[in-house]
Design a protein around this ligand. Structure first.
Ligand code: SAM
Ligand code: SF4
Length: 471
């Protein structure tokens, strides 16, 4: 599935595409954690390193440079990275010339711990400083510690053409903005990734066009808050909103599908919804994180909307795009959350009946507004029990949502073979659900009309009924 934070991809190592395999004297190994934006950043880093003469390797024992692109959204992510760094340190024992570096969201907060106290790494580079990697690597080679964790107000890496990681050649992530100006009290992102800035619309459209010409058939436009995308062309003074940007990308070709993530409920506009409705190639699927069903808790989270506002947004989405897929993020056990607040989260979930939900228990992050202002006072066992109740309810809903699609016909973009058999293909419907069907004469990149005959909890199963004449 098109996940913003995909558990299956955590710790994934960079695999060079066939066209990328060329002779290099030095090699880098990069492992990525966290959300899709971090994975997209690793593709920018790969491009910068390749220009600096590094080839990629998936074997850490064969690398001259090992990088971990980190996430600090929850405490567990940090523990995982520390463990990996200790393992890489072992490799350095037998290869003293090896350089180990930490990139991404953990860089700023943990730079002195990693570099000086624990002496785990040689390089620490924050999300806005990747252009300085070549010079920092040189410094590290000379025995100095390379550090740059400065955040920028304007860096968008707009001119860097990312090298696609572990790509299936069909789906690609395209960053349209960086940072975040919202101050959700639980969230560390505004501190680790800095102020919000939008990337030039022209460079986004060019990147999507190039992807389409290379055979890609789906782009996911990425930002922490895509609906607040706002870019001004200084030459023409034209301002481009997210709805207008989506339209520009949709017009590249009807064969290029568009998805986007993440939408903040306070910012998603009717314009965006009507643009989705107007273009068949903009997928009818919205990730609309709610975080809590209690207006009191939402206020403490500084989400700037109430339960009622959120419900009215969901109603509006369903009024304009009746078959729109809907997913969410929710946090169980935020500071002061009572049993009544938790019941409100469950009842909101009951109302929205999400197709997909990413559910977490609250993990206090140092430096956030919540860490400074509120006590993390819900006991861990209570947080976990509430999380489980949310998970159980969500599972019921997602199964019902899958069952409702049995008998319907969807236009599926084929992404590859199914996990189980080379006689079956898998792809996704417009509403983001995974569809598996017999291969016949179809192949990756085809659009196929598939009639759904049955389902499991996570997959729709069906049979091709018409081969579309659009390839
Ligand atoms: N920008 C997106 C938004 O506003 O919806 C989300 C970004 S964040 C990378 C992804 C999700 O992680 C959030 O929606 C939230 O549910 C979860 N999250 C963030 N901080 C958290 C924390 N301190 N504890 C638990 N979950 C957290
Ligand atoms: Fe974090 Fe809120 Fe920004 Fe999302 S919108 S990245 S949750 S501060």
């Amino acid at each position: 599935m098109d996940k913003t934070h995909d558990e299956a991809r955590q710790g994934e190592a960079f695999a060079p595409a066939a066209s990328f395999v060329k002779k290099y004297d030095k090699h880098f190994y990069i492992e990525s954690y966290g959300c899709a934006m971090n994975f997209a950043d690793s593709e920018v880093v790969a491009s910068i390193l390749q220009a600096d003469g590094f080839g990629a390797t998936t074997d850490e024992n064969n690398a001259d440079l090992i990088l971990i692109n980190t996430c600090s959204i929850r405490e567990k992510a940090e523990e995982r990275v520390r463990k990996r760094l200790t393992e890489f340190r072992q490799i350095k024992r037998s290869n003293p010339g090896l350089i180990i570096g930490v990139l991404g969201c953990m860089a700023e907060r943990l730079k002195s711990a990693f570099l000086e106290e624990e002496k785990l790494v040689d390089l620490v580079v924050g999300p806005d400083a990747y252009r300085s990697l070549p010079s920092l690597i040189e410094e590290a080679n000379g025995g100095q510690k390379g550090v740059n964790v400065l955040l920028s107000r304007d860096e968008t890496y707009a001119d860097i053409s990312p090298i696609r990681l572990n790509s299936n050649g069909i789906n690609a992530f395209v960053s349209i903005m960086r940072g975040c100006n919202n101050m959700c009290s639980f969230c560390v992102v505004p501190f680790t990734r800095g102020r919000e800035r939008s990337r030039s619309a022209m460079s986004i459209v060019q990147e999507c066009e190039a992807l389409f010409n290379d055979g890609y058939r789906e782009v996911t436009l990425l930002g922490q808050n895509v609906d607040s995308y706002h870019w001004i062309n200084e030459e023409t003074n034209e301002a481009v909103t997210f709805a207008q940007l989506m339209e520009k990308v949709a017009l590249i070709s009807p064969l290029l599908r568009i998805r986007f993530s993440t939408s903040h409920p306070k910012d998603i506009t009717d314009d965006v919804l009507f643009t989705m409705k107007k273009y068949e190639n903009i997928c009818n699927y919205i990730h609309l994180p709610v975080q809590s069903g209690s207006s009191r808790v939402l206020q403490m989270m500084n989400r700037t909307y109430s339960r009622e506002w959120y419900v009215s947004k969901v109603d509006r989405i369903r009024e304009i795009i009746p078959d729109c897929g809907l997913s969410t993020d929710m946090i169980a056990g935020f500071c002061t959350e009572t049993e009544e607040d938790h019941q409100e989260s469950l009842s909101l979930m009951e109302y929205c009946k999400y197709d997909l939900a990413y559910l977490y228990f609250y993990s206090e992050r140092p430096g956030t507004l919540a860490a400074r202002r509120f006590e993390d006072d819900v006991p861990l066992d209570v947080k976990k029990r509430r999380l489980q109740e949310l998970v159980d309810l969500y599972r019921d809903h997602s199964l019902i949502s899958m069952q409702k699609d049995v008998g319907k016909t969807f236009k599926v973009l084929v992404e590859g073979f199914s996990k189980k058999s080379d006689n079956e293909l898998h792809g996704r419907a417009d509403n983001n659900k995974v569809v598996v069907f017999p291969k016949e004469n179809f192949k990756k990149g085809d659009y196929v009309m598939v009639k759904i005959t049955s389902c499991t909890a996570g997959t729709l199963l069906g049979k091709a009924i018409i081969e579309l004449d659009i390839k």
